[in-house]
Write a protein of this length. Structure first.
Length: 79
């Protein structure tokens, strides 16, 4: 559509911040994927990324290991 994503991203990130622990692993993985796509051209907030990664780590203990395959790929996009 060609619309700027900043106006959409800011409210989403405000809602996400502090709430990562309340989300399921599949949701966290999808959020990481979306953030990796949005922030390819910009910098990621390191505090939010740490919170998201901590929540993924905590939630991944009960998941199928095959679900973890894409996590490093999405993290690599954020570097």
């Amino acid at each position: 559509l060609g619309l700027p994503t900043d106006s959409l991203r800011a409210p989403f990130l405000q809602q996400l911040s502090g709430n990562c622990q309340n989300l399921e692993f599949s949701d966290l993985r999808r959020i990481l994927m979306a953030l990796a796509r949005c922030w390819q051209a910009g910098k990621v907030d390191p505090i939010l990324l740490d919170e998201l990664c901590d929540a993924i780590l905590e939630q991944s203990r009960d998941c199928d290991p095959r679900d973890l395959v894409t996590v490093p790929q999405h993290l690599g996009r954020l570097q």
